[in-house]
Design a protein around this ligand. Structure first.
Ligand code: HEC
Length: 162
């Protein structure tokens, strides 16, 4: 009886020891994954802004050409970049201000749905004013956004495909 107990106890201790080994392996794996994660490339706030800038410009030419499908696409690209900022740059003061861009984007979406060029133009002006309002709020009024004079890229057509 005593012997069996001793054997069981030894086995038990062995199992415990085994478990601590596994836990240590897992902890090591977690640590190395954490290091990998911190070193993973994450686009900066300014990278997303550069993308928003390009879509903002294309949106204008899509609207002026009444290419409503392309305009709709460009609005969604801007929205996606806004969502990415909210996900990848959580907790920053600038990110908390991001919501201000939604009303003008909604208004542009409405104009696109209604194929309403006048509403598109006035909503686009308020979108651009919102870009600058935020840049001002974060003391970067030197980043001044305006309605573009020329398309951002010469290799993309803006007229609707007939
Ligand atoms: C909620 C605040 C906010 C809004 C809204 C906003 N921006 Fe920005 N923008 C910033 C911040 C913050 C930076 C600086 C990013 C950095 O630190 O790299 C910036 C930087 C930029 C830059 C500079 C990138 C460069 O390299 O020159 C451009 C261009 C830009 N924004 C375009 C726009 C456009 C176009 C809109 C509107 C469609 C817009 N932004 C709306 C906060 C905002």
């Amino acid at each position: 009886m005593k012997k069996t107990l001793l054997i069981l106890l030894t086995l038990g201790l062995f199992a415990c020891n085994q478990q601590t080994d596994n836990t240590k392996d897992l902890q090591d794996q977690i640590n190395s994954l954490e290091i990998k994660l911190t070193n993973t490339y994450k686009p900066g706030f300014g990278d997303f802004m550069g993308s928003i800038q390009a879509h903002h410009a294309k949106l204008w030419f899509a609207g002026q050409n009444e290419n409503w499908d392309l305009a709709d696409f460009e609005v969604h690209e801007i929205m996606e970049a806004v969502e990415d900022i909210e996900e990848f740059h959580k907790g920053r003061k600038e990110t908390e201000l991001m919501g201000m861009i939604l009303p003008p984007l909604d208004s542009i979406s409405k104009a696109i749905d209604q194929k309403n060029a006048a509403l598109f133009n006035s909503s686009y002006t308020s979108l651009t004013n919102t870009c600058n309002a935020c840049h001002k709020a974060v003391e970067m009024e030197f980043i001044f956004i305006k309605t573009p004079d020329t398309p951002p890229s010469s290799n993309q057509g803006f007229e609707p495909i007939k």
